[in-house]
Design a protein around this ligand. Sequence first.
Ligand SMILES: Cc1cc2nc3c(=O)[nH]c(=O)nc-3n(C[C@H](O)[C@H](O)[C@H](O)COP(=O)(O)O)c2cc1C
Length: 334
Amino acid sequence: MPSCKLNLCATLISTSLVFTLLLAGAQTNALVGNGLARTPPMGWNSWNKFACNVSEQLIKEIADAMVASGMKKAGYQYVNIDDCWQVSRDSAGNIVADPIRFPGGMKALADYVHAKGLKLGIYTDAGTMTCEKRPGSLDHELQDAKTYAAWGVDYVKIDWCHTEGLDPQKQYAKFRDALAQFATGVTIIAARGHEGDFVGFTATSFNSVSLDPPLIIWSLGRRSRSLAAFENATRYAVNVLAHDQVDLARRFSRPHADRFAGVPYQLGDAAAPLIDGCVAWLECRNHSRHPVGDHMLFVGEVETCACRPLPPLVWHDGRFHAGALWAGGAKRGS
Ligand SMILES: Cc1cc2nc3c(=O)[nH]c(=O)nc-3n(C[C@H](O)[C@H](O)[C@H](O)COP(=O)(O)O)c2cc1C
């Protein structure tokens, strides 16, 4: 019977525009400070009741039932497909879902589950084959991680069958490393709150979407304390942090009585703090907001921006990197 020996889970968050891969909550690793998996993932798994008898129809019915029965309201959010959803690999080595049992494909199934406000989990195995002798992920770790992300999968269970001669520490680390290879910059997104106070938080979900018009996106957890303030703000600032601003990135991701206390900043046209020492600042007007899973996706229209030729702070592999990936000067702009 499949079981997850190291209790390792990977959380994949995807939107149609950008995806961020962050490893969350491995028993043998320190908790990554990205706000994910602060509580154990709670949900449903197909194996004990249905074993290999999984299908798209079953998963949809379970998602419907989790909402109708009140399980979702009680906090259970994952619908996890265990072994037997996969049948082969194609000529390029991509994992292939059973076309008879999952005729609509995994992406459409993830969309269905997400539309219910739930998350989709999937199953693989660190070895050559899964426990039920379907293709395992050995030597396909990065390729499979990319496939699951493209489908919009939120969670991966990695089993430990057919792993003769393999070292679990090394094999699970390969998955962790594959999932954490998406490097980003680090921003502090800030706005003026309801009562003239300021709100701001550390975000790596920031990305550019369009040059004409100039649009950017970022997302904020729907349980975030500053969500209401950002939803009410018509304008806000995106501060792109420099290599020596790790302390600020940490401060703005943790509870703090006043995150802006003692932080030098200027007020720009958007009346939001532009923090001194950053590599770039963008002042934005709210374009639109979209609830996506447990986050609110913000689209902003850039009104003004400026930058300085400094190494940026980088978030990669679950850690801050102080400009280690920087190979040159930024373009000047205003
Ligand atoms: C490197 C890093 C990146 C983060 N990116 C995001 C993000 O993009 N969106 C988000 O909602 N939280 C993100 N977080 C977590 C928030 O910064 C954290 O939950 C913060 O406390 C939210 O502030 P608030 O609850 O006051 O709104 C990130 C944390 C870190 C350390």
